[in-house]
Design a binder for this molecule. Structure first.
Ligand SMILES: CC(C)(COP(=O)(O)OP(=O)(O)OC[C@H]1O[C@@H](n2cnc3c(N)ncnc32)[C@H](O)[C@@H]1OP(=O)(O)O)[C@@H](O)C(=O)NCCC(=O)NCCS
Length: 182
């Protein structure tokens, strides 16, 4: 299992970042259901993330035996406050390229958690010796996330219209990417 990391936050609390474990599948789904109602910047809304605890448990177990996928939880005093992941392809031609996702509970925004998670994932990618590119898609009006990604070195690579349809309106996303090593 990839090592955990502790980070001191702006509010003086300690953030623990580590790969998710199958036994926290239920807590992860509770977290996801909460954040689904806190932001319109995700690919799902309240009640739309329909995995069962058993699905989630299997999903985590599978990820943890691969070298080019990671699913990370961030905790403050045992409460899940953020999640992030990178998923790469399975085939020889796609196994080096991963898609990144990240979310932080609203109550904990602007404490440096997003940045700490991004640094952890980027470091993991370098250490994997497999991952050579991290890609992501972000709503073009999600300034907070775009600023975070730019701060971490991601560059804008494209713009795709009508990727999301939320409350009767289409949204364009930016494709952003970070090359890892040579
Ligand atoms: C985007 C998100 C992950 C940022 O997490 P966070 O923990 O609040 O971010 P941090 O405190 O680590 O901030 C890191 C950098 O991000 C940028 N940033 C974060 N929030 C911002 C805001 N409200 N406005 C502008 N820039 C912001 C800044 O560049 C910041 O650096 P700084 O502190 O030096 O100014 C969080 O707002 C979130 O979960 N949003 C909802 C889900 C989401 O949008 N996910 C991304 C989908 S693509």
């Amino acid at each position: 299992m990839y090592p955990s990391k502790s980070v001191e936050l702006r509010n003086g609390k300690t953030l623990l970042i580590r790969p998710a474990i199958p036994d926290e599948a239920k807590a992860i789904l509770e977290y996801v259901n909460q954040i689904a109602g806190e932001s319109d910047n995700l690919t799902f809304g309240p009640g739309e993330f329909d995995k069962t605890v058993d699905d989630e448990r299997k999903f985590i177990s599978k990820i943890n035996i691969t070298q080019n996928n990671i699913f990370v939880v961030a905790l403050i005093e045992n409460e899940i406050v953020a999640l992030a992941d990178i998923h790469c392809g399975n085939r020889p031609r796609t196994k080096h390229a991963g898609n990144l996702g990240i979310s932080v509970k609203k109550k904990y925004w602007r404490l440096g958690i997003g940045e700490a998670l991004m640094k952890y994932l980027i470091e993991w990618a370098y250490n994997s010796n497999i991952v050579k590119k991290i890609n992501l898609e972000v709503r073009e009006d999600n300034t907070a996330a775009i600023n975070l990604y730019k701060k971490m070195g991601f560059i804008e690579e494209g713009r795709i219209s009508r990727v999301l349809y939320i409350k009767g309106k289409f949204y364009t996303t930016l494709s952003m990417g970070l090359e890892i090593g040579d």
